[in-house]
Design a protein around this ligand. Sequence first.
Ligand code: ADP
Ligand code: MG
Ligand code: MG
Length: 252
Amino acid sequence: GSTLEIKDLHVEIEGKEILKGVNLTINGGEFHAVMGPNGTGKSTLASSIMGHPHYEITQGSVTLDGKDVLEMEVDERAKAGLFLAMQYPSEISGVTTSDFLRSAINVKRDEGDEIPLMQFIKEMDEALDYLEIDKNMAQRYLNEGFSGGEKKRNEILQLLMLKPEIAILDEIDSGLDIDALKVVAKGINKLRSDNFGCLMITHYQRLLNYITPDKVHVMMQGRVVKSGGPELAQRLEEEGYDWIKKDLGIEN
Ligand code: ADP
Ligand code: MG
Ligand code: MG
Protein backbone atom coordinates (compact mmCIF):
# COMPACT_ATOMS: atom_id res chain seq x y z
CA GLY A 1 0.00 0.00 0.00
CA SER A 2 0.88 3.67 -0.30
CA THR A 3 1.33 6.30 2.38
CA LEU A 4 -0.03 9.83 2.24
CA GLU A 5 1.75 12.11 4.64
CA ILE A 6 0.50 15.59 5.49
CA LYS A 7 3.02 17.53 7.54
CA ASP A 8 2.57 20.90 9.21
CA LEU A 9 0.27 22.08 6.42
CA HIS A 10 -0.54 25.79 6.47
CA VAL A 11 -2.99 27.14 3.91
CA GLU A 12 -4.31 30.61 3.21
CA ILE A 13 -7.36 31.76 1.30
CA GLU A 14 -7.23 35.37 0.13
CA GLY A 15 -4.56 36.17 2.68
CA LYS A 16 -6.39 34.59 5.61
CA GLU A 17 -4.79 31.56 7.25
CA ILE A 18 -7.31 28.70 7.35
CA LEU A 19 -5.09 25.68 7.98
CA LYS A 20 -2.62 26.28 10.78
CA GLY A 21 -0.40 23.23 10.76
CA VAL A 22 -2.25 20.01 9.92
CA ASN A 23 -0.49 16.70 10.52
CA LEU A 24 -1.99 13.42 9.28
CA THR A 25 -0.60 10.16 7.94
CA ILE A 26 -2.74 7.67 6.05
CA ASN A 27 -1.29 4.28 5.26
CA GLY A 28 -2.63 1.72 2.81
CA GLY A 29 -5.23 -0.44 4.54
CA GLU A 30 -6.36 2.34 6.89
CA PHE A 31 -9.65 4.20 6.99
CA HIS A 32 -9.44 7.60 8.67
CA ALA A 33 -12.33 9.91 9.48
CA VAL A 34 -11.88 13.66 9.89
CA MET A 35 -14.70 15.29 11.80
CA GLY A 36 -15.26 18.74 13.18
CA PRO A 37 -17.63 21.67 13.38
CA ASN A 38 -18.48 23.71 10.28
CA GLY A 39 -15.90 26.18 9.11
CA THR A 40 -12.88 24.51 10.74
CA GLY A 41 -11.04 23.84 7.47
CA LYS A 42 -12.00 20.27 6.58
CA SER A 43 -12.90 21.08 2.99
CA THR A 44 -9.90 23.38 2.75
CA LEU A 45 -7.72 20.40 3.64
CA ALA A 46 -9.30 18.29 0.87
CA SER A 47 -9.15 21.10 -1.69
CA SER A 48 -5.52 21.86 -0.87
CA ILE A 49 -4.50 18.26 -1.43
CA MET A 50 -6.50 18.33 -4.66
CA GLY A 51 -4.59 21.35 -5.90
CA HIS A 52 -7.42 23.85 -6.06
CA PRO A 53 -5.86 27.10 -7.31
CA HIS A 54 -7.74 29.22 -4.77
CA TYR A 55 -5.75 27.79 -1.87
CA GLU A 56 -2.25 29.01 -1.15
CA ILE A 57 0.05 26.61 0.66
CA THR A 58 2.34 28.73 2.76
CA GLN A 59 4.10 26.03 4.79
CA GLY A 60 4.37 22.27 5.17
CA SER A 61 4.22 19.31 2.83
CA VAL A 62 1.98 16.62 1.35
CA THR A 63 3.73 13.52 0.04
CA LEU A 64 2.60 10.24 -1.46
CA ASP A 65 5.23 7.58 -0.88
CA GLY A 66 7.72 10.36 -0.42
CA LYS A 67 6.81 12.15 -3.67
CA ASP A 68 5.81 15.79 -3.42
CA VAL A 69 2.09 15.92 -4.22
CA LEU A 70 1.92 19.71 -4.09
CA GLU A 71 4.35 19.93 -7.03
CA MET A 72 2.17 17.69 -9.21
CA GLU A 73 -0.45 18.81 -11.73
CA VAL A 74 -3.96 17.65 -10.86
CA ASP A 75 -3.90 14.81 -13.42
CA GLU A 76 -0.48 13.72 -12.13
CA ARG A 77 -1.99 13.41 -8.65
CA ALA A 78 -4.60 11.02 -10.06
CA LYS A 79 -1.96 9.10 -11.96
CA ALA A 80 0.10 8.75 -8.79
CA GLY A 81 -2.87 7.00 -7.15
CA LEU A 82 -4.79 9.75 -5.38
CA PHE A 83 -8.55 9.98 -5.74
CA LEU A 84 -10.12 13.27 -4.86
CA ALA A 85 -13.81 13.27 -5.48
CA MET A 86 -13.88 17.00 -6.05
CA GLN A 87 -11.16 17.04 -8.66
CA TYR A 88 -13.82 16.22 -11.21
CA PRO A 89 -15.94 19.02 -12.57
CA SER A 90 -19.49 18.88 -11.34
CA GLU A 91 -20.82 18.78 -14.90
CA ILE A 92 -19.10 18.02 -18.18
CA SER A 93 -21.26 18.89 -21.13
CA GLY A 94 -21.39 16.24 -23.82
CA VAL A 95 -19.29 13.66 -21.93
CA THR A 96 -21.04 10.54 -20.73
CA THR A 97 -20.14 8.84 -17.46
CA SER A 98 -18.88 5.91 -19.48
CA ASP A 99 -16.59 8.04 -21.70
CA PHE A 100 -15.36 9.95 -18.69
CA LEU A 101 -14.52 6.79 -16.74
CA ARG A 102 -12.74 5.20 -19.66
CA SER A 103 -10.53 8.21 -20.25
CA ALA A 104 -9.87 8.58 -16.50
CA ILE A 105 -8.77 4.93 -16.35
CA ASN A 106 -6.55 5.39 -19.40
CA VAL A 107 -4.91 8.49 -17.92
CA LYS A 108 -3.68 6.25 -15.12
CA ARG A 109 -2.37 3.61 -17.52
CA ASP A 110 0.74 3.80 -19.66
CA GLU A 111 0.49 5.09 -23.19
CA GLY A 112 -0.33 2.30 -25.63
CA ASP A 113 -1.77 0.19 -22.81
CA GLU A 114 -5.34 1.50 -22.88
CA ILE A 115 -7.99 -0.66 -21.23
CA PRO A 116 -9.63 -2.97 -23.83
CA LEU A 117 -13.20 -1.84 -24.51
CA MET A 118 -14.77 -5.21 -23.67
CA GLN A 119 -12.93 -5.39 -20.36
CA PHE A 120 -13.98 -1.86 -19.54
CA ILE A 121 -17.65 -2.61 -20.30
CA LYS A 122 -17.53 -5.77 -18.20
CA GLU A 123 -15.97 -3.99 -15.22
CA MET A 124 -18.39 -1.11 -15.50
CA ASP A 125 -21.42 -3.41 -15.68
CA GLU A 126 -20.23 -5.27 -12.59
CA ALA A 127 -19.70 -2.04 -10.67
CA LEU A 128 -23.10 -0.65 -11.73
CA ASP A 129 -24.75 -3.88 -10.58
CA TYR A 130 -22.90 -3.89 -7.31
CA LEU A 131 -23.85 -0.29 -6.54
CA GLU A 132 -27.44 -0.82 -7.68
CA ILE A 133 -27.07 1.97 -10.22
CA ASP A 134 -29.37 2.05 -13.24
CA LYS A 135 -27.35 0.98 -16.31
CA ASN A 136 -28.67 4.01 -18.20
CA MET A 137 -26.60 6.27 -15.97
CA ALA A 138 -23.42 5.24 -17.77
CA GLN A 139 -24.79 6.71 -21.01
CA ARG A 140 -26.01 9.95 -19.46
CA TYR A 141 -23.87 13.08 -19.54
CA LEU A 142 -21.80 13.21 -16.38
CA ASN A 143 -23.67 14.85 -13.51
CA GLU A 144 -26.08 16.62 -15.89
CA GLY A 145 -29.44 16.54 -14.18
CA PHE A 146 -28.16 14.04 -11.59
CA SER A 147 -29.86 14.18 -8.21
CA GLY A 148 -27.65 14.64 -5.15
CA GLY A 149 -27.84 10.92 -4.44
CA GLU A 150 -26.98 10.02 -8.04
CA LYS A 151 -23.91 12.26 -7.92
CA LYS A 152 -22.64 10.49 -4.80
CA ARG A 153 -23.29 7.06 -6.26
CA ASN A 154 -21.47 8.18 -9.39
CA GLU A 155 -18.48 9.21 -7.26
CA ILE A 156 -18.39 5.77 -5.70
CA LEU A 157 -18.66 4.24 -9.18
CA GLN A 158 -15.59 6.28 -10.14
CA LEU A 159 -13.85 5.07 -7.00
CA LEU A 160 -14.56 1.39 -7.77
CA MET A 161 -13.49 1.77 -11.39
CA LEU A 162 -10.34 3.83 -10.80
CA LYS A 163 -9.07 1.78 -7.84
CA PRO A 164 -6.90 4.52 -6.33
CA GLU A 165 -4.25 3.95 -3.66
CA ILE A 166 -5.60 6.72 -1.44
CA ALA A 167 -9.04 8.35 -1.62
CA ILE A 168 -10.11 11.60 -0.01
CA LEU A 169 -13.88 11.89 0.26
CA ASP A 170 -15.37 15.18 1.42
CA GLU A 171 -18.88 14.81 2.81
CA ILE A 172 -19.68 11.83 0.63
CA ASP A 173 -22.58 11.23 3.03
CA SER A 174 -24.23 14.63 2.94
CA GLY A 175 -27.78 14.73 1.65
CA LEU A 176 -28.11 10.96 1.26
CA ASP A 177 -31.12 8.98 2.39
CA ILE A 178 -30.37 5.84 4.34
CA ASP A 179 -30.56 3.49 1.32
CA ALA A 180 -28.16 5.61 -0.73
CA LEU A 181 -25.86 5.89 2.29
CA LYS A 182 -25.75 2.10 2.63
CA VAL A 183 -24.86 1.70 -1.05
CA VAL A 184 -22.11 4.31 -0.77
CA ALA A 185 -20.73 2.52 2.30
CA LYS A 186 -20.94 -0.84 0.54
CA GLY A 187 -18.81 0.55 -2.30
CA ILE A 188 -16.17 2.01 0.01
CA ASN A 189 -16.05 -1.14 2.14
CA LYS A 190 -15.53 -3.26 -1.00
CA LEU A 191 -12.23 -1.47 -1.56
CA ARG A 192 -10.89 -2.30 1.88
CA SER A 193 -7.48 -3.90 1.40
CA ASP A 194 -3.83 -3.24 2.16
CA ASN A 195 -3.68 -1.39 -1.15
CA PHE A 196 -6.33 1.16 -0.30
CA GLY A 197 -6.34 3.96 2.23
CA CYS A 198 -9.18 6.37 2.77
CA LEU A 199 -9.70 9.76 4.37
CA MET A 200 -13.38 10.41 4.96
CA ILE A 201 -14.34 13.94 5.87
CA THR A 202 -17.72 14.09 7.52
CA HIS A 203 -19.72 16.34 9.74
CA TYR A 204 -21.84 13.48 11.08
CA GLN A 205 -21.17 10.20 12.79
CA ARG A 206 -23.87 8.46 10.73
CA LEU A 207 -21.57 7.33 7.89
CA LEU A 208 -19.29 5.72 10.45
CA ASN A 209 -22.08 3.37 11.50
CA TYR A 210 -21.59 1.70 8.12
CA ILE A 211 -17.88 2.21 7.58
CA THR A 212 -15.81 1.56 10.67
CA PRO A 213 -12.83 3.90 10.70
CA ASP A 214 -9.51 2.80 12.14
CA LYS A 215 -8.82 6.33 13.29
CA VAL A 216 -10.94 9.38 13.97
CA HIS A 217 -9.53 12.91 13.98
CA VAL A 218 -11.19 16.10 15.12
CA MET A 219 -10.36 19.36 13.39
CA MET A 220 -10.89 22.70 15.04
CA GLN A 221 -9.66 26.13 14.05
CA GLY A 222 -7.45 24.79 11.29
CA ARG A 223 -5.71 22.03 13.19
CA VAL A 224 -6.19 18.39 14.12
CA VAL A 225 -6.78 18.79 17.84
CA LYS A 226 -7.68 15.25 18.83
CA SER A 227 -7.27 11.73 17.43
CA GLY A 228 -8.65 8.41 18.60
CA GLY A 229 -10.48 5.28 17.54
CA PRO A 230 -14.12 4.76 16.53
CA GLU A 231 -15.22 5.45 20.10
CA LEU A 232 -14.23 9.09 19.62
CA ALA A 233 -16.85 9.48 16.85
CA GLN A 234 -19.41 7.85 19.11
CA ARG A 235 -18.70 10.31 21.90
CA LEU A 236 -18.96 13.26 19.49
CA GLU A 237 -22.35 11.98 18.36
CA GLU A 238 -23.54 11.85 21.95
CA GLU A 239 -21.90 14.94 23.38
CA GLY A 240 -21.01 17.23 20.48
CA TYR A 241 -17.77 19.19 20.41
CA ASP A 242 -18.07 21.32 23.53
CA TRP A 243 -16.11 18.95 25.77
CA ILE A 244 -13.15 19.11 23.40
CA LYS A 245 -13.30 22.90 23.29
CA LYS A 246 -13.38 22.93 27.06
CA ASP A 247 -10.42 20.52 27.33
CA LEU A 248 -8.43 22.67 24.95
CA GLY A 249 -9.57 26.00 26.33
CA ILE A 250 -11.02 27.06 22.97
CA GLU A 251 -13.57 29.86 23.08
CA ASN A 252 -16.79 29.38 21.11
P1 ADP B 1 -15.36 23.03 6.76
O1 ADP B 1 -15.24 22.17 5.54
O2 ADP B 1 -14.69 22.46 7.95
O3 ADP B 1 -16.78 23.41 7.04
P2 ADP B 1 -14.05 25.03 5.13
O4 ADP B 1 -12.72 24.44 4.82
O5 ADP B 1 -15.09 24.96 4.08
O6 ADP B 1 -14.58 24.40 6.49
O7 ADP B 1 -13.87 26.55 5.54
C1 ADP B 1 -12.91 26.97 6.47
C2 ADP B 1 -12.87 28.48 6.55
O8 ADP B 1 -12.40 29.02 5.33
C3 ADP B 1 -14.22 29.12 6.80
O9 ADP B 1 -14.04 30.17 7.68
C4 ADP B 1 -14.63 29.62 5.43
O10 ADP B 1 -15.45 30.76 5.55
C5 ADP B 1 -13.31 29.94 4.79
N1 ADP B 1 -13.36 29.72 3.34
C6 ADP B 1 -13.53 28.54 2.72
N2 ADP B 1 -13.51 28.67 1.38
C7 ADP B 1 -13.31 29.99 1.14
C8 ADP B 1 -13.18 30.78 -0.03
N3 ADP B 1 -13.25 30.22 -1.25
N4 ADP B 1 -12.98 32.10 0.11
C9 ADP B 1 -12.89 32.65 1.33
N5 ADP B 1 -13.00 31.96 2.49
C10 ADP B 1 -13.20 30.66 2.41
MG1 MG C 1 -18.54 23.61 5.56
MG1 MG D 1 -16.63 21.26 4.32
